[in-house]
Write a protein that binds this ligand. Structure first.
Ligand SMILES: Nc1ncnc2c1ncn2[C@@H]1O[C@H](COP(=O)(O)OP(=O)(O)OP(=O)(O)O)[C@@H](O)[C@H]1O
Ligand SMILES: [Mg+2]
Length: 311
């Protein structure tokens, strides 16, 4: 058994005591630093816009600060998206109520004129009937589009997917818009370079493609051409709709898919409601696909990409 003499004991006690004092001093110092850093971080969090503190933080708090910064960025981005969506919803309600009110006022005036027999000659009566039918068709389409859009936004779009050939989709889009092209003197051509099958809701996707082709025909001058091509590119099915619209203004390119967006030229009485492309995007994205647009050649080129059916 080891026995310490008095001197050794005194030395051990002195060493232990001074080690204790040093440890206490160090822990107080570290504790103070940690408390100060913590306070700085709390103040930064309380600030209106979180900025990571300029002072150097201990490693653990620095990591927390980085995570907080990333979380705030995500929060700000989603807030911005929310605000943009809310603004576009408000605009949509304003535009749609205007778009519905104007033709309704026209319909009412025509119906009253017919009822009161203000118009009596056969030719005018027939013309009024014709215009009433056209306006009612347009309003029905608009209400139908609004319903589709609200289903897309509510996530209530139920896709009944089936195996469909790319060629059938393109042929369907051409068949559905041929009459419109012919009436406008626009040459319409569909071409499928490689017709692999895709697993899609043919009705919904057909509607999206039709919206693209109708736009292309509407914006192409009488002697121009619209071409729909189906092909396989980079392991995906790709359908492109190219027209001769003269190009979309660069500033508008990113906005054409927004709800209720209409180019200046399209904001004329009888023009569209600005819903077609928002619907097309909603449908394509519900199929895990992507949609985009670029100016190219004499016009613009809309592109839809869809995953190919495995096997
Ligand atoms: N092929 C195209 N060529 C040139 N501009 C286009 C083309 N397609 C769309 N645009 C522009 O994008 C806008 C939005 O198109 P979108 O299809 O969403 O609405 P719309 O055609 O005006 O109305 P709706 O489709 O509801 O009848 C159009 O008003 C037009 O300015
Ligand atoms: Mg349209």
């Amino acid at each position: 058994m080891m026995v310490l003499n008095d001197h050794d004991r005194a030395v051990v006690l002195a060493v232990v005591a001074s080690a204790g004092v040093v440890a206490m001093a160090v822990s107080v110092l570290l504790g103070r630093r940690l408390v100060a850093a913590n306070r700085t971080l709390v103040e930064a969090v309380r600030a209106d816009r979180f900025q990571p503190p300029a002072a150097r933080l201990p490693a653990e708090l620095a990591e927390l600060s980085r995570e907080l910064e990333a979380a705030y960025d995500r929060l700000a981005a989603s807030h911005e998206r929310e605000q943009a969506l809310e603004a576009s919803r408000r605009e949509l309600v304003a535009w749609v109520s205007h778009d519905l009110r104007t033709p309704l006022a026209g319909l009412r005036a025509m119906a009253e004129a017919l009822e009161d027999e203000v118009v009596a000659d056969e030719h005018t009566v027939q013309r009024y009937h014709g215009r009433i039918r056209v306006e009612v068709e347009r309003l029905t389409e608009m209400v139908d589009d609004l319903f589709e859009l609200s289903r897309i936004h509510a996530g209530a779009l139920r896709l009944s997917r089936e195996r469909v050939g790319l060629a059938d989709l393109v042929a369907e889009a051409v068949a559905g818009t041929e009459a419109l092209a012919r009436a406008k003197g626009v040459r319409l051509r569909g071409d499928v370079r490689e017709g692999l099958p895709v697993q899609v809701d043919a009705g919904e996707l057909g509607r999206a493609l039709r919206n693209l082709v109708v736009n292309a025909i509407r914006h192409t001058p009488g002697d121009g051409a619209v071409e729909i091509i189906g092909e396989v590119a980079d392991g995906e099915a790709r359908v492109t709709v190219a027209d001769a619209c003269g190009g979309i203004p660069e500033d508008d390119l990113a906005r054409v898919f927004d709800v209720a967006f209409r180019g200046e030229a399209a904001r004329t009485p009888g023009g569209g409601a600005g819903l077609g492309l928002a619907i097309a995007r909603g449908i394509v994205e519900a199929h895990a696909g992507r949609i985009g647009v670029a100016n190219e050649g004499p016009g613009c080129r809309f592109e839809v990409r869809l995953p190919l059916t495995a096997g």
